[in-house]
Design a protein around this ligand. Structure first.
Ligand code: NDP
Length: 332
């Protein structure tokens, strides 16, 4: 598949270009950026044949089949809408937009135009998460009672920019990390949380936006979910736990971009290691996207999934801001 990158971003450079190129026939044809110098430098560094600052011109270039949007969050909506209007399939970074209205509009526009629109929630592409989901779905822990998500990490220095000081660009740990938790929880539990309570704070890195948040969610079946998200925790480690009437699953070190970590299942029969495939998460996500474009199945996370993860994140932030329990508004 021939890709246009919208955004000369770190995530494109570190993961997505390689994921696109890893698949048969995969190529990155162009990159667009808000800065000509950044676009030119990025194109040279990653051997991308064309670059520019004019998105419409890039979208009109012959042969572009799919567009990957990985700019800062406030730009996703307008850029994805332009790509959809040009009839391109779109893989968009999370959060899809700054508001539920923006995200919903993107999904509806893609449906009307007949193009695939997907959200780059990489965790549900991981072999580890797919193995956990299968174990839960097979009833290996019985009825699920609760889930704990440990996603308090240390934001690496090279990412310590807009995420920490620019609310207008979508900064803050909630749009960055809680939104991934939201998708992961929905993926494992197979239901949409209904209510949240939360507190957020600045604990050393955030300037004008939260860098840490703890939230508790409830689901229609009564599962309680706890999510701990932060940019300031150097040594906490990450993972998730799902506790059921017949067992508990511990996924250690698996809330990451790499195919790493370990899964343990604990039941009355004892402890056992759960095996999983350790392929690249982002390559799997692009492969699922390309299959959907070819009419085989759906992307790993589609647009509706992106709307829902954003809805949960927005409810968490509002709960923390207002100090009140929030019912999650998933839109119409
Ligand atoms: P970056 O800060 O690296 O890039 C975002 C934008 O910032 C770029 O598109 C670029 O704008 C601009 N930019 C990049 N470098 C510079 C610079 N040196 N000086 C000034 N501006 C610069 O962000 P990330 O790659 O970390 O994140 C991009 C998007 O991807 C976000 O929406 C984020 O939420 C998402 N993301 C998703 C991940 C996932 O696993 N699904 C992981 C990481 C991020 P321009 O386009 O104008 O060149």
């Amino acid at each position: 598949m021939k890709w246009l990158l919208v955004g000369a971003s770190t995530i494109a450079a570190e993961y997505m270009i390689w994921a696109m190129r890893a698949l048969p026939g995969g190529s990155v044809a162009q990159v667009t950026s808000g800065s000509a110098a950044r676009a030119a430098d990025f194109a040279a560094r990653y051997q991308i044949p064309a670059w520019g600052t004019d998105l419409d011109a890039a979208l009109a270039a012959p042969g572009i089949e799919a567009v990957y949007v990985s700019s800062t969050n406030e730009k996703h909506h307008a850029q994805a809408m332009a790509a959809i209007a040009a009839g391109k399939h779109v893989l968009c970074e999370k959060p899809l937009g700054m508001s539920l209205a923006e995200a919903g509009e993107m999904v509806r526009a893609a449906e009307a135009r007949g193009v695939v629109f997907a959200t780059n929630h990489h965790l549900r592409c991981a072999g580890s998460h797919r193995a956990i989901r299968a174990a839960v779905a097979q009833g290996r822990i019985g009825r699920v009672l609760s889930m704990r998500v440990h996603h308090a990490v240390h934001l690496p220095p090279h990412l310590q920019g807009w995420r920490l000081n620019d609310p207008a660009a979508g900064g803050g740990v909630i749009p960055d990390i809680t939104v991934h938790d939201a998708d992961t929880v929905r993926f494992h539990l197979g239901e949409d949380p209904v209510e949240v309570v939360a507190q957020m704070t600045q604990s050393g890195l955030g300037q004008g936006v939260e860098d840490s948040c703890m939230s508790v969610w409830s689901t229609p079946s009564g599962v309680q979910v706890f999510a701990h998200d932060s940019f300031t925790h150097r040594f906490a480690g990450c993972g998730l736990e799902i506790h059921g009437t017949e067992g508990s699953i511990f996924g250690r070190g698996i809330m990451t971009q790499k195919p790493v970590g370990e899964i343990e299942l604990v039941t009355a029969a004892g402890r056992e290691r759960v095996p999983y495939s350790n392929y690249d998460l982002y390559t799997q996500g692009v492969a699922d996207f390309e299959a959907a474009v070819a009419g085989r199945g759906r992307p790993a996370a589609d647009g509706a999934d992106g709307v829902k993860s954003l809805a949960i994140a927005l409810a968490v932030r509002e709960a923390a801001r207002s100090g009140t329990r929030q019912r999650i508004d998933y839109g119409g």
